[in-house]
Design a protein around this ligand. Sequence first.
Ligand SMILES: Cc1cc2nc3c(=O)[nH]c(=O)nc-3n(C[C@H](O)[C@H](O)[C@H](O)COP(=O)(O)O)c2cc1C
Length: 141
Amino acid sequence: MELQPLRNVRILEGYSAVVLGAPLYMFHWHKDAHHFLSQHRKILSGNLPVAIFAGGPFGEGDGNEWHEVRVKLDSELAKFPWLTPISIKIVGGKFDPSKLRFPYNLIPALKKMPASDLRDWAAIRAWASNLAAQFLSDLPQ
Ligand SMILES: Cc1cc2nc3c(=O)[nH]c(=O)nc-3n(C[C@H](O)[C@H](O)[C@H](O)COP(=O)(O)O)c2cc1C
């Protein structure tokens, strides 16, 4: 298994599966995920199985934000109709206003938000440990 930032990946030939993860930023899936999918469309629309996770939500919400993140992610994935992920997971976000970088550190509403870590590691581990079996069952017979 190899772990790489999305933007560093040049070729996917030789791999048997891809797990792609990226956070939601300002109501959009991170641009690196969009670039990655566009760049590797040919192989990802073929026999290489893909699982997807997204970071978000963050802060103290009304309880509906997990669903909203999923709806948002689905609308982003609809831009790639050729992609059929074997699994999609919202993992929760970790947010620290003291670590905001430009230009986000200029947005008062973000700077005022409390730090939060909504990642549910038990659920994330359960999802991840099930992936290998799902990838295997997805292989062409
Ligand atoms: C500037 C900024 C904007 C964000 N916007 C959203 C958002 O629109 N929806 C959401 O669910 N989470 C949002 N988040 C939460 C991120 O998805 C979450 O913090 C994620 O864990 C960030 O991953 P990173 O630490 O790898 O950047 C935002 C976080 C930051 C820092």
